[in-house]
Design a protein around this ligand. Structure first.
Ligand code: AMP
Length: 247
């Protein structure tokens, strides 16, 4: 058998091979969900289910800040006063924390659900700039969660959180067995978060409302796909079923 290649063909083949084997592989396209909803509106439950059922990843800026507080590092000390009063931590601190987290983790992730970020228009602008500059392969989608303040307050008053940082599961007191004080998932103690008291919750809702319209307008203008979920009076199962239809 005889193969006849002209010189041009050989060069083209070599270029093709070196492109395939030696050039930097293009990063694969990823999706990042942002939730626009009041604290306690249910995005954590959706994210937990997506992690379990679809292998998505999730990160909570509130949890990263609480971890920093527990470690007692500089960020934790800077954030503590704001968190205890239900106020937002300064935008730059949270944006740097998110940048650092994404840089460290994004390679391992296909679909990411951001929990609690961005919460202000400034944060949305900083996130947008960060994505354009460092992570252009991430496509943003926004899910707006609709629920009334009263339903949120009732929900948070009923909520218990696992104190084990690597678990952090959230439970409804009503749905747990009477007197259950430990996490059904990992056995650690269940606690009420310090900022889950009604006065602090009302403050957090006020802060959310102050920023919600500007955030929505920002993402509308950015041409991001926006979906809405009405969660009032629905069980976590129903909410998750509705969310799945958006995927
Ligand atoms: P969360 O666990 O999302 O309810 O957040 C708890 C607290 O952490 C908030 O009330 C804020 O004080 C702070 N926090 C979390 N995420 C942000 C953010 N994106 N911007 C500013 N502060 C935040």
């Amino acid at each position: 058998m005889k193969f006849i290649f002209g010189g041009g063909t050989v060069v083209a083949l070599l270029v093709l091979i070196s492109d395939t084997y030696f050039s930097k592989k293009k990063p694969t396209q990823k999706i990042m969900f942002i939730f626009l909803g009041a604290p306690g509106s249910g995005n954590v439950t959706i994210a937990e289910r997506c992690v379990k059922d679809f292998g998505f990843a999730t990160v909570s800026t509130g949890q990263l800040l609480r971890d920093a507080m527990a470690r007692g590092d500089v960020l934790g000390k800077q954030a503590e006063g704001f968190i205890k009063q239900g106020q937002l931590v300064p935008d730059e601190l949270v944006a740097d924390m998110v940048d650092e987290w994404l840089t460290r983790n994004i390679d391992k992730i296909d679909t990411l659900m951001l929990d609690g970020y961005p919460r202000t228009e400034k944060q949305a602008q900083m996130l947008d700039a960060l994505l354009k500059q460092k992570f252009p392969h991430i496509t943003t989608r926004l899910v707006k969660i609709n629920i009334s303040d009263d339903a949120i307050v009732a929900r948070i008053a009923d909520r218990l959180t696992c104190e084990n940082k690597s678990c952090s599961a959230i439970y409804s007191r009503k749905l747990l067995q009477a007197g259950q004080e430990t996490c059904p998932s990992c056995g650690s103690k269940l606690i009420r978060r310090a900022d889950d008291q009604e006065a602090v919750v009302r403050e957090r809702l006020k802060v959310h409302a102050q920023h919600a319209d500007a955030l929505l307008t920002f993402y509308k203008n950015a041409g991001v796909r926006i979906d809405e979920l009405n969660v009032e009076g629905k069980t976590p199962e129903q909410v998750f079923a509705d969310f799945k239809k958006l995927l």
